[in-house]
Write a protein that binds this ligand. Structure first.
Ligand SMILES: Cc1cc2nc3c(=O)[nH]c(=O)nc-3n(C[C@H](O)[C@H](O)[C@H](O)COP(=O)(O)OP(=O)(O)OC[C@H]3O[C@@H](n4cnc5c(N)ncnc54)[C@H](O)[C@@H]3O)c2cc1C
Length: 377
């Protein structure tokens, strides 16, 4: 039976970046991934460049566009443009490339991967996890990382994250050509989609288009509406195949670790409940998961509680405000658009959120301060 320091279930962004963070430190790591190599990921690939500090590798090869403008529209008009000043603060990466870069790099440090294979049974024996896999092989490890994404089977099994996960519904399509999206701009389209919005993020030679709904859980299978949205982004060819995905979004402060087990990324329900941003929390959680496991392995202890505290502090506090903002904004989107996005200072704030310089907590505090100042005067 082959033994590892750490076994990671899931080889997506969170699994592969946790693997690289750990294998670079010299630990033996195995990833168990259920899919074959090379499937397209339903992810638009928008990432704040400030996340460099959480990326264990230079990802230049995976960056396809550097974004200078963010455009918001209400039903194809009434637009607001936020200028992202400074050194390309927002990038569009091709997700398949990013995941592959991270996996290849960690393999250089000795990381092993089995795919396609899924975990059938996990048994805890003294200080060891015994993992039985669909490839009829059994593996052993000291630590276990749950990185099996939004459809996670194992986060609930170990009581990690919310007992009742909350989901956004998304559909995604990648279309050839750029339509009328400039190569250095992203567009958010409000007003067409109830309880959500549509987006278009340009790659080098194609556009990732998506629709997300954040409050009610109906699936987005309205072909007429989808066509209208695709057209609003400047595409005429309507023969496309969409991918639907339920995205686990942040739903309260919860424990994200157990005894020698930790959940990262979507499996930990970390996605932003307002904008569906999931790359940033995946990278942050992978970074801290590796740090916490490293602390345990090098000090021969098993206390991972510090991980939950760090993630809740660094990400959860802001998401608590993000969830409140989402609940108001998506219920009253027209008013939200007028008061939130069309405000004079909004473009600058939006740019600061997307580039990671500001979070929802900062925004909420500013609004509260403004309201208090009004009521005092
Ligand atoms: C349409 C869409 C657009 C998005 N756009 C953006 C964006 O522009 N910016 C942004 O920040 N975020 C975006 N997100 C969110 C982002 O894609 C996710 O947050 C991110 O993929 C999370 O990475 P992950 O590794 O946790 O999960 P995943 O990438 O889903 O990886 C999980 C992996 O685990 C594997 N797996 C699952 N179950 C098992 C099992 N039982 N055994 C073994 N392996 C298993 C899966 O095959 C998969 O490879 C978007 C999401 C969607 C759906």
């Amino acid at each position: 039976m082959k033994e590892f320091d750490v076994i990671i279930i899931g080889g997506g962004l969170s699994g592969s970046s946790t693997a690289l963070n750990l294998s670079r430190k010299g630990y033996s790591v195995l990833i168990i991934e259920k899919e074959k190599l090379g499937n397209i990921k339903p992810c638009a690939g928008g990432i704040a460049s400030s996340m460099k500090k959480f990326l264990p590798i230079d990802i230049d090869q995976a960056i396809e566009s550097k974004i200078r403008n963010v455009e918001f529209r209400w039903k194809s008009s009434d637009n607001v443009i936020a200028d992202l000043s400074g050194e390309s603060p927002f990038w569009i990466i091709r997700r398949e490339k990013l995941d592959k870069l991270l996996l290849n790099e960690s393999q250089k440090y000795g990381m092993e991967i089995v795919r396609p294979a899924y975990v059938e049974k996990i048994i805890q024996e003294d200080k060891t996890w015994i993992i039985k896999c669909s490839n009829q092989v059994t593996y052993k490890s000291k630590f276990l990382v749950i990185a099996d994404g939004s459809q996670s089977q194992w986060a609930g099994y170990f009581n990690l994250g919310p007992r009742k996960p909350k989901f956004a519904n998304t559909i995604a399509v990648r279309l050839k050509g750029l339509g009328d999206i400039p190569k250095d701009a992203v567009r958010f389209e409000f007003g067409f989609v109830k309880y959500g919005f549509a987006w278009a993020f340009p790659l080098k030679d194609s556009v990732n288009i998506g629709i997300g709904t954040f409050i009610n859980n109906k699936l987005l299978v309205d072909e007429e509406l989808n066509n209208k949205i695709i057209k609003s982004f400047g595409f005429e060819d309507l023969s496309f195949k969409v991918v639907q995905k339920k995205l686990r979004i942040w739903n309260g402060i919860h424990k994200l670790n157990g005894n020698r087990v930790i959940a990262v990324g979507d499996a930990a329900s970390l996605c932003d409940p307002f904008l569906a941003e999931g790359i940033r929390p995946s990278l942050i959680s992978s970074h801290y998961a590796a740090e916490s496991i490293d602390q345990c392995l090098s000090n021969d202890n098993y206390d991972l509680n510090n991980y939950t505290a760090l993630i809740n502090d660094e990400w959860g506090k802001s998401m608590a405000w993000g969830r409140r903002i989402a609940q108001i904004f998506y219920r009253f989107p027209r008013t939200g658009y007028q008061l939130g996005i069309k405000r004079r200072t909004a473009p600058q704030r939006i740019a600061q959120i997307l580039s990671g310089q500001m979070n929802y907590e900062d925004i909420a505090k500013r609004v509260i301060k403004r309201l208090l100042t009004y009521s005092d005067s």
